[in-house]
Design a binder for this molecule. Structure first.
Ligand code: CMP
Length: 136
């Protein structure tokens, strides 16, 4: 059995704007995640640039940071056994058009940019991302 883990989840501006945050949180809870902490915030472009620093050399970096800072987001610490991988499975592929039936991005994602949710990609990055939003 996998270890109890925490991962960072973000409900992105496209989903918050369409009032999908409650439905998305319900999907996490129904799949056994505990929402340990959560807050609805709007970040600045420079905060988005820090958060997505690993993508700074990518051609989509600037658009990505403009987008994440374009409206309110909901950031959450999710906890369960094997949370990092379980969250990635429930989110589905980055591009909603490639995401499997039943995943959050298949259900709600609009495009590769407006793909409704972000989730940490490793236990190590989860710690960094959780600390970015929840320092205390
Ligand atoms: P996310 O999981 O938040 O991590 C980085 C984001 O960059 C990703 O979701 C996408 O929304 C966005 N993105 C835009 N273009 C691309 C691309 N070509 N490949 C990967 N991610 C992309």
């Amino acid at each position: 059995m996998s270890d109890l883990e925490q991962t960072l989840s973000i409900i992105k501006p496209d989903a918050v704007q369409r009032n999908l945050d409650l439905q998305i949180k319900e999907i996490f809870v129904n799949n056994g995640f505990k929402i340990v902490r959560e807050k609805k915030i709007q970040i600045t472009k420079s905060e988005a640039e820090q958060f997505y620093k690993v993508h700074e050399t990518k051609p989509f970096y600037s658009d990505l940071c403009n987008y994440l800072s374009s409206g309110p987001i909901v950031v959450m610490i999710l906890e369960k056994n094997g949370a990092v991988l379980a969250n990635r499975e429930i989110m589905g592929a980055t591009n909603p058009s490639e995401a499997k039936e039943g995943t959050i991005r298949k259900k709600f994602g609009i495009s590769i940019d407006k793909n409704s949710v972000h989730g940490s990609d490793s236990v190590e990055n989860a710690k960094i991302e959780i600390n970015f939003f929840f320092k205390d």
